[in-house]
Design a protein. Structure first.
Lengths: 253, 512
């Protein structure tokens, strides 16, 4: 008993207070910057080396929904593309996923948020996480988001066991054919109003699996996506900051 | 009577296809397999097929742990006929035969049960559906069934568990997987972009991104006769051991959560991130080590400043890990939950061909760092840690022992890095040799890497142009899911979570 208390006292307060301001190491591959709108040979090499066709030209654009943050493009052309250690990646529009030279980071646009999100979930958001053929890295980071360092629950955000207890679903993975039935079932079991959050590159775009015949993303076809959390996997700081901002912002329109 | 019609290859080696003997199935292949496997220390690493016109070319790779090499031989099988199975005599081949039945329609007349493996998108019989899995049933009114999944209470990968229970006691557990199937093996062949294939290897199982990408890189290097630099092989060892430390630490924390032992649950959870994951980030820019391994070496180097930081972090981790692990092991109420719970004895391990921790827990030293060492592991006399009791406690003990062992390996490897050496590459950032352009045509290459759970096996076959023709991935979990099912027999259903966590198997690694 004494050793237990000693250990707990020694650990003390472990929570990272400033989730948005926390600094990750310089080599962490967070928000990329397109350093110039170059569409020549070098840009074409970046486009060609990208494993997921996340880079397009005219203008030179990186789609964070497809980007797997592997760094291959920066290696080819460090003067064109540089991954900063900015971990604030969450956005709620498809336009917000696109990175271009001179385009400021959009982040979460409150004008596009459905009013119910802050009204109903501003103080408490309970999510049913659906693991739909991801590689388990996003799941591990979601679990880490609840640990004593990142402490997601201090914002009133948590994961629940049943979709009946949930305010929405958070999907990881590209959605395999074999998980499509369960995904639809779980989503339908959530009462309205409900949110859909896509967490990680495979969930947002299919990622490496976009062309796989084993994937079935038809569930997402007619759905409004409330939040995208880019990353492969997203860092716990990205997840916590993104979810916290999502429920705190008010749509004043 | 037996034949000696096989070749033996070492880990990381490539061999020309025409050197691999082709045996007639009924008269030679079957007999030879049964004979080789009658030495129970051997187990099937990979047994798979590829279509050659109307027949199935099969390749058998069996681990010979005593000699440190791999039996390799082949057969051609008529897909329109029924064949006798190896599994009738040696159960460790059963799932591989079942996988070939699913993928190619290869029929066996005496296989114990040809049920689906993962409902692969390219399975032969598309009328077989996830929703129609033929669970073993009992009509007894004294028994009831409990169904869990695919979606589980926590944030965890999907799988379905079907229990047949008598009151609180599990009599039978059947595990249905396949929900995570993404088509890895066919994607690896279809998309020929090197950056895609590398990224795909990291995505087979994200928590063993290093294990799988190491196996992939080793194959590409072997097929092109590219040597890795000294620093690169050391860094790969550092990353592989950090991955092991991270997974084991998280797992010990999760086990603690399941028995509501708060001190180790919160501290292990924090430690996992603070040290091994952040150390992987310092080296690679990513907490899982994605984006650093590349065929030929490493994308980023470790400089003196990083090395000092890493050395300090690992020592701090070691101190806190050891004291927290002691807290858990000294806790009587925790040990009371773990002892004698979920036992799989050594006989079952050998019969079923379990590997890694699922074998070491019952005293069987299956660890490729010891039996089939590669790269930096060749220079150390690695001895695998084992336990004897085969229960949850044993699996926990091994993890604690392996973390301590891995910490020592990381410290040693950091000290062996040649930080002032400039001879390897013109590019200041890379510790990488450029890949020789020509990939050997008509070759087979096998790589075994000891991931945190056990052996990861990749087998690649090239065609006449040196293009990848077949890519087989056998994750540790392909061997080991049955171990969990067996462990849960006669266990109270409330102890299922700690058993599941104590095996800590990969769903996506199995499903591919």
């Amino acid at each position: 008993m004494f050793q237990t208390l000693q250990s707990l006292l020694k650990n003390g307060y472990q929570t990272i207070d400033d989730i948005r301001g926390a600094k990750l190491p310089d080599n962490f591959r967070g928000y990329p910057m397109v350093l110039e709108d170059n569409n020549g040979e070098l840009a074409k090499q970046c486009m060609d080396v990208c494993p997921t066709d996340a880079i397009t030209l005219n203008p030179l654009t990186i789609n964070l929904g497809k980007c797997i943050f592997c760094g291959e493009c920066e290696e080819v052309a460090p003067k064109l593309i540089h991954f900063t250690n900015d971990h604030l990646l969450a956005t709620n529009t498809e336009e917000g996923l696109l990175v271009r030279h001179g385009k400021p980071k959009t982040g979460i646009n409150p004008g596009v948020l459905r009013k119910e999100i802050h009204e109903f979930f501003g103080g408490s958001l309970k999510l049913r996480q659906i693991s739909a053929a991801g590689d388990n890295s996003a799941e591990l980071e979601l679990n880490a988001s609840g640990n004593i360092n990142f402490d997601l629950i201090r914002y009133g955000i948590d994961f629940v066991a049943s979709p009946r207890h949930a305010d929405g679903v958070l999907i990881t993975g590209p959605i395999s054919e074999n998980m499509s039935y369960a995904t639809i079932n779980a989503f339908n079991a959530v009462a309205n109003p409900k949110v859909i959050i896509l967490c990680g590159t495979p969930a947002i775009s299919g990622g490496l699996f976009i062309d796989s015949p084993a994937i079935n993303r038809s569930f997402l076809k007619d759905k409004h996506i409330d939040l995208y959390i880019p990353g492969n996997p997203p860092h716990p700081l990205t997840i916590v900051a993104g979810l916290a901002e999502f429920i705190h912002l008010k749509n004043k329109q | 009577m037996h034949t000696n019609n096989y070749i033996k290859v070492k880990n990381f080696h490539s061999v020309a296809l025409d050197k691999i003997p082709t045996l007639d199935y009924e008269s030679e292949f079957l007999k030879q397999s049964n004979f080789i496997l009658s030495d129970k220390s051997r187990y099937v690493l990979a047994y798979f097929g590829k279509k050659e016109n109307d027949v199935l070319r099969t390749y058998m790779l069996i681990a010979d742990d005593k000699e440190g090499d791999i039996f390799l031989y082949s057969s051609l099988m008529d897909l329109s006929k029924k064949h006798l199975s190896i599994s009738k005599e040696h159960f460790c081949a059963e799932k591989f035969e079942r996988e070939m039945y699913e993928n190619f329609g290869l029929m066996f007349s005496d296989h114990p049960w040809l049920k689906s493996v993962r409902y692969a998108h390219d399975r032969t019989d598309k009328s077989l559906l996830q929703t129609n899995y033929p669970f073993f049933k009992s009509d007894s009114s004294h028994l009831h069934e409990v169904a869990v999944g695919p979606i589980h209470a926590g944030v965890i990968e999907p799988g379905h568990f079907r229990f047949i229970c008598s009151g609180e006691e599990i009599l039978h557990l059947e595990i249905q997987l396949g929900y995570q199937h993404r088509g890895i093996e066919s994607l690896m062949l279809e998309n020929k972009k090197p950056s895609y294939r590398l990224a795909l290897s990291e995505a087979i199982a994200g928590d063993t991104a290093i294990g799988h990408s190491y196996a992939y890189c080793a194959i590409m290097e072997s097929l092109s006769d590219t040597l890795c630099t000294h620093n690169a092989t050391l860094t790969r060892m550092i990353l592989l051991e950090l991955e092991r430390i991270a997974n084991h630490t998280g797992n010990i924390g999760n086990l603690s959560v399941d028995i509501a032992y708060q001190p180790s649950s919160s501290i292990m959870g924090k430690l996992r991130g603070l040290m091994p994951l952040n150390m992987m980030m310092i080296i690679s820019g990513d907490r899982f080590g994605k984006g650093i391994l590349v065929p030929g070496g490493m994308r980023y180097k470790i400089d003196t400043a990083k090395k000092q930081k890493l050395s300090a972090m690992i020592l701090k981790f070691e101190e806190e890990f050891i004291s927290t692990a002691e807290l858990l092991m000294d806790s009587d109420h925790s040990m009371n939950r773990f002892e004698t719970c979920g036992v799989v004895d050594d006989k079952k391990v050998l019969d079923c061909g379990f590997v890694g921790i699922s074998a070491k827990m019952s005293g069987i030293k299956r660890d490729t760092r010891q039996t089939h060492p590669y790269d930096a592991y060749k220079n150390i006399q690695f001895i695998a840690k084992t336990a004897q009791t085969g229960d949850v406690k044993a699996r926990l003990e091994i993890r604690i022992a392996e973390v301590k062992q891995s910490v020592e390996l990381v410290i040693q490897a950091l000290n062996q890095l040649e930080l002032n050496d400039e001879i390897y590459s013109n590019d200041k950032n890379k510790w990488c040799n450029p890949l020789n352009n020509s990939i050997k045509p008509n070759h087979l290459c096998v790589s075994l890497i000891e991931g945190c759970r056990g052996v990861i096996c990749h087998v690649a076959i090239t065609d006449v142009q040196g293009e990848l023709d077949t890519y087989k991935v056998v994750d540790t979990s392909f061997h080991n899911w049955l171990a969990l099912a067996l462990a849960c027999r006669n266990v109270a259903i409330s102890d299922f979570p700690i058993n599941n966590k104590s095996f800590d198997l990969s769903y996506c690694g199995h499903d591919l």
